[in-house]
Write a new protein. Structure first.
Length: 278
């Protein structure tokens, strides 16, 4: 069962004042299920995890509505203001929808790097655990220390790092990203998405540029906690769906010790297990 564990849909009418800007012509338009079906079929992908891209509960409801009418959307990662007084109640209400599988605060857009260490978040995080929801960490390398503190404080909270924390591939910087990712990978509840890397590679979105980063992820998380995702349609800024699917497969297949079981886990099984997908 092949799973794309990270894709988006959006309508520009809902995104006034939000990314993407009109200058990113390749993705400055509406994207819905019909736009993705052909690419999924070509890669023989069974289902997807649809991830929020606006910090609103209304967006989460819209995504859940899409999931309710789209067979290939097996799960949704939504958004809730985790600091709101009624956050636990909001989480409980949203979790009544069987396809809600996780929540994602947009940490990369928050000015406070240490925001996630605020103890006031604990009631919402406990509510996520109560309802078996995954914490999708949309972070940059500067957030990894704070994320490690969060993971240590909530060892029962399943965490997945989106886009491998967006390392600075364009400039070839490995440290301190490499060391901090190793620290997070040492915690068994932390997973990582093999997604979003081509758009971090600047003008050289190639397997050669990504190689040291993908190798470190495979070495650190292993094939049982690494999860492939397309990050479509943001992916369209760097490559098409088929190109990233083929590149990621080839890079993982070439890793020392990789076998069919590991490939099946990275490209489907791990997402199915982590998000408890039907």
């Amino acid at each position: 069962m092949r799973i794309d564990a990270h894709q988006h849909f959006w309508k520009l009418a809902d995104r006034v004042g939000h990314w993407p800007p009109a200058t990113l012509a390749a993705i400055h338009r509406d994207f819905g299920p019909a736009d993705l079906q052909a690419a999924l079929a070509a890669a023989r992908i069974t289902g997807t995890v649809l991830v929020q891209s606006l910090p609103t509960v209304a967006d989460t409801h819209d995504l859940l509505d899409i999931a309710g009418h789209t067979d290939f959307v097996l799960g949704v990662v939504g958004w809730v203001d985790l600091l709101a007084d009624d956050a636990p109640a909001q989480i409980a209400e949203l979790a009544r929808h069987r396809k809600l599988k996780g929540l994602r605060p947009m940490l990369q857009d928050l000015p406070d790097t240490e925001w996630i260490t605020n103890p006031a978040l604990d009631p919402a995080l406990r509510a996520m655990q109560d309802h078996a929801l995954v914490f999708d960490a949309l972070v940059l390398p500067r957030h990894l220390g704070a994320l490690l503190a969060l993971a240590g404080r909530h060892p029962a909270l399943p965490i997945v790092i989106d886009h491998a924390a967006k390392p600075d591939i364009a400039r070839g910087r490995l440290e301190p990203w490499r060391t901090e990712m190793s620290s997070l990978a040492a915690l068994p509840q932390v997973h990582c998405k093999l997604s979003g890397l081509l758009t971090e590679a600047g003008t050289q979105p190639t397997a050669h540029a990504l190689g040291p980063y993908v190798e470190h992820l495979l070495d650190s998380f292993g094939p049982q906690r690494l999860i492939w995702g397309s990050d479509w349609p943001v992916l369209e800024l760097a490559a098409d769906y088929a190109a990233w699917w083929s590149m990621a497969n080839a890079m993982c297949q070439a890793h020392a010790g990789m076998d069919a079981e590991g490939m099946a886990a990275i490209f489907g099984g791990n997402a199915r297990r982590l998000y408890q997908l039907d």
